[in-house]
Design a protein around this ligand. Structure first.
Ligand code: NAP
Length: 284
């Protein structure tokens, strides 16, 4: 039976570490990390995510400022808000809640964020830094996954890692993070042939497809480390991951549950990135 990786516990440990670092920063420099969150429109799921992020910021002792813009906002309004926040010395991180309403171009808006304040790690500058093996701000979910592995002392170097999913926010940045740590990487997607054969090779298997329980025990190598990023709400309301947990847990060496695995790490890493941004900006 696999060891269950407790993301809630690890995320809580990190949040306590961040809180202590904030106290230290306030004592030494009189600076409090500040995060600005921007929500355009009123997508209910985005509102819930944002509330969790803001609560986490306040618990950590950060300043959290929220900017809610109407659904029909013009791109120029959002760009001028971001430019103002780029100049604001009390704000160290800027988070633009995605997805944006359809009429807006997310790439152009993200590129306006000062890369030093891009705590989501989505700006092409930060993606380029990750690509060249010298990361600065890295996307929170992939960074959280690496932290889960590290805090369990699970080795990555020389391991065969398979990631199911190639999104810009999870699959691709995670592939680069693992590659930078000398794993051998395969990234799968909807046009991958013989998916089960590929996933069965994995010593580290990451499921980030957003498809309920598609990873069955027969697709998993004996003793694999299985990380489940998926969050899927079934009819009736039950939350499941991309991994068929009960059967895969019998075969894996380590496994993350849903909920309580990768999810809490994303917010913890947002706090870490914002704290790092504050350190960088005050040392300039
Ligand atoms: P996404 O943008 O929809 O990407 C899904 C990826 O999975 C795509 O690359 C897609 O391939 C691939 N895929 C889908 N079905 C597949 C299948 N049957 N076989 C192989 N590949 C398949 O999703 P995302 O934003 O990366 O998120 C993935 C999941 O993680 C979602 O459930 C999301 O809610 C969750 N998530 C959780 C957190 C967290 O904090 N826990 C954070 C982010 C995301 P194509 O490219 O060919 O379409």
């Amino acid at each position: 039976m696999a060891i269950i990786i407790d993301g809630n516990k690890i995320a809580q440990d990190i949040r306590t570490e961040v809180k202590n670092a904030v106290l230290h920063l306030q004592e030494k420099n009189g600076t409090t990390p500040g995060l600005a969150v921007i929500l355009v429109g009123d997508d209910p799921a985005s509102k819930i995510y944002l509330r969790h992020k803001e609560n986490a910021c306040r618990d950590a002792g950060f300043i959290s400022r929220e900017f809610r813009l109407p659904h029909d906002s013009h791109e120029t309004d959002i760009l001028s808000l971001i430019q103002e926040l780029n100049r604001d010395g009390d704000i160290h991180g800027i988070l633009l809640q995605l997805p944006l309403p359809k009429h807006l171009n997310p790439a152009r808006i993200i590129e306006t964020i000062d890369p030093r304040k891009d705590v989501d790690g989505f700006h092409p500058y930060n993606i380029g830094r990750l690509f060249t093996g010298n990361p600065y701000h890295t996307a929170c979910t992939p960074k959280g996954i690496l932290e889960l592995l590290d805090r369990h002392a699970i080795p990555v170097e020389r391991k065969e890692a398979v990631i199911v999913g190639r999104s810009n926010i999870v699959g691709k940045p995670l592939a680069l993070l693992l590659l930078n740590r000398h794993a051998t990487i395969t990234v799968c997607h909807t046009r991958t042939e013989r998916l089960a054969e590929v996933t069965k090779r994995a010593e580290i298997l990451v499921a980030a497809a957003g498809k309920p329980e598609i990873i069955k025990a027969a697709m998993v190598r004996e003793g694999a480390v299985v990380i489940d990023v998926g969050v899927n709400r079934l009819e009736g309301g039950r939350l499941v991951g991309d991994v068929a947990f009960p059967e895969v847990a019998k075969k894996a060496s380590y496994i993350t549950p849903v909920p309580g695995g990768v999810g809490p790490m994303t917010i913890a890493m947002l706090l870490v990135n914002t704290l790092n941004a504050a350190f960088t900006l005050i040392s300039k």
